[in-house]
Ligand binder design. Structure first.
Ligand code: ADP
Ligand code: MG
Length: 579
């Protein structure tokens, strides 16, 4: 193949033919498919790609670390149903982005990690190139699909395949490997344009068969104590109206999983959120709508769910393999949630409502739990504990239901999930299926960029540490993000001691650290809150201003519990060794 210089010479000789190159073709292919934003970190060999993308009108958000850019792309995929794009350099940058790509895949969100890579010929002979790594091979087991493009004329197909793989069926992460040499390959502009592919109907509707719908209706009509569980697949599907019709039309109590909160408001009369244990234990038919029976639902069995065989499951999911993953599914409904619920709503119209005593059981439990909690939330204590601080933030979101809440941490996550009510779909972004720490700033930045709405990021001090440097990015792009750090001096609690007295304990941080000063270092506004009243006032002020702000909320270091609500997953040694 001719080198760039040779090609340019040839074509110049052939008189003024318009040229394009790999850089421009990648950008044109993305734009042709409605992709307008790139999250990434510049460097060899993709620096000019970012620059040119920006010059061509795309939004290019440069981060300080690829993992945060990747987490931004992942959450952009969840929010928009279009693949979020993360752009990285080769080997180490690629690996940094890969964690987020695996995270997106695990969460069933569409994302494309585009990484530059080193010279194929050198990499494959392992001759020691700059940032040498067989990135395609490494990415493959960690994502839904992985492709490499070697020729400029294949860029259109490569990008189209990546988009379709990311969003069709069960969405997921796709890796697109673009070797350095590709970018400078030159071809005639007209031929380049013809080589681009616009993806038609990228995520086709998947409609369930009538027999599957009838089976589900029969199971549901036989229920005495039905329950609907809404998962983040339901939030992703953007089938909000069909979901509301299904829940309100059937009158069945519903339980939202963490990121499905707000699909219907948490204060909806049918919400069973505050009666979760009772609803899981006592229900006889459970309809899963875009929710997997994984660890987050105790795999659909065990003491939370009552005796084996005491329940029938109806599961709506786009992925056929999800059925029977943990327990028998009596009525599988394979299809996209909008289409499935459309069919189900038609078939169920006029079906009887659930028995009044079941609804009353849920409601009684719910009211008892809510009033028990109210007392803990209302205290204006100093130092704050998690409950009193979250009581203030619960009020903030109630008054600002359009704001997007980002949430990570241990106690900060588990307690906020239960305490802060959500009122609108896709407003709660958190740690997802892996329960991964470090998604906070990436999620907050993408939420602000994609929606233009104000963002409130409620972060444990440890969780924040994984992506804290991105406060510079928040300031640089002047985003309407208010970060609240629940500063309890450590992980779970801030009071552990090294038994030998030599070092700080493994779970503690510098006591009384001033995270607010980090924000001030980059021109944002820092606040220091010691009471719930102060916290509420400062968050209100920051959100009204709509500018980067960070509030260091001082939390009693002794207030947290080990691993938040999932201490059972954290094994503890019971052996005492003799010295
Ligand atoms: P949660 O953790 O909130 O319970 P999960 O991530 O476990 O949610 O489950 C989401 C499920 O939703 C996945 O099994 C995924 O295949 C499914 N899903 C994603 N998008 C759609 C869609 N448009 N229609 C149907 N199912 C979907
Ligand atoms: Mg902490």
């Amino acid at each position: 193949m001719a080198t760039t210089a040779e090609k340019v010479k040839e074509t110049t000789a052939a008189e003024e033919v318009d040229l394009t190159d790999g850089f421009h073709l990648v950008i044109d292919a993305l734009k042709l498919n409605g992709i307008e934003t790139i999250y990434g970190v510049p460097g060899i060999p993709i620096t000019d790609l970012g620059r040119l993308a920006q010059g061509n009108g795309m939004r290019v958000i440069s981060f300080r670390h690829e993992q945060n850019a990747g987490n931004a792309a992942a959450i952009a995929g969840f929010l928009t149903k279009k693949p979020g794009i993360c752009l990285t350099v080769s080997a180490p940058g690629f690996l940094n982005g890969l964690t987020a790509l695996a995270h997106a895949t695990t969460n069933c969100w569409p994302m494309i990690l585009i990484s530059g890579s080193s010279e194929r010929e050198v990499v494959d002979l392992m001759q020691g190139d700059y940032e040498e790594m067989d990135q395609l091979a490494i990415a493959k087991p960690l994502c839904k699909a992985a492709y490499r493009v070697l020729h400029a004329e294949d860029i259109g197909i490569g990008v189209a395949r990546a988009i379709r793989a990311a969003v069709s069926g069960r969405p997921g992460g796709v890796y697109l490997d673009l070797p350095a040499k590709l970018f400078s390959q030159v071809m005639e502009a007209a031929k380049g344009e013809q080589s681009l592919v616009k993806v038609i109907d990228a995520a086709p509707a998947q409609i369930p068969g009538p027999d599957a719908v009838k089976r589900a209706v029969d199971v549901l009509k036989g229920a005495k104590k039905p329950l609907i569980i809404l998962g983040k697949g339901a939030a992703y599907a953007q089938a909000d109206e069909e979901i509301r019709k299904f829940v309100e039309g059937t009158g069945i109590p519903f339980l939202p999983m963490s990121m499905a909160k707000g699909l219907l408001p948490d204060n909806h009369p049918q919400s069973a959120g505050a009666a979760r244990s009772t609803a899981l234990l006592e229900s006889d038919v459970v309809v899963l709508v875009g929710a997997r029976l994984n660890w987050l639902l105790s795999h659909g069995k065990g003491k939370q769910w009552g005796p084996r065989g005491s329940k029938k499951f109806i599961q709506i999911d786009i992925e056929p393999k999800e059925m029977d993953s943990n327990v028998e599914i009596a009525a599988p409904l394979v299809g996209d949630i909008g289409s499935v619920l459309g069919e189900l709503n038609k078939a169920l119209s006029g079906a009887p409502k659930p028995a009044a005593d079941w609804v009353k059981t849920i409601n009684d439990k719910k009211e008892a739990n809510i009033s028990k909690m109210a007392a803990k939330l209302g205290k204006n204590s100093s130092p704050m504990d998690f409950h009193s601080a979250l009581g203030a933030l619960k009020q903030v979101i109630k008054e600002r239901p359009d704001a997007i809440l980002v949430n990570e941490g241990a106690n900060t996550l588990d307690l906020a999930r239960g305490i802060i009510d959500m009122y609108k779909p896709r407003k709660r972004l958190d740690v997802g299926t892996w329960g991964v720490m470090g998604v906070g700033m990436g999620s907050a930045i993408a939420a602000a960029v994609e929606t233009g709405l104000p963002v409130l990021a409620v972060e444990g001090d440890s969780a924040f540490g994984f992506s804290g440097m991105e406060v510079e990015t928040v300031c640089r792009y002047n985003l309407p993000i208010t970060i609240v750090i629940f500063n309890n001096n450590g992980i779970y609690r801030g009071v552990d001691k090294d038994p030998t007295g030599r070092d700080p304990a493994t779970t503690v941080f510098v006591p009384d650290a001033r995270y607010d000063k980090m924000m001030e270092a980059f021109g944002g506004k820092g606040y220091y809150a010691t009471t719930p009243d102060e916290l509420k006032r400062m968050v209100d002020e920051a959100m009204d201003a709509g500018k980067p702000a960070l509030i260091n909320a001082v939390i009693d270091p002794a207030a947290g519990s080990e691993s938040g609500n999932i201490g059972n997953l954290n094994p503890q040694s019971v052996v005492t060794k003799k010295k």
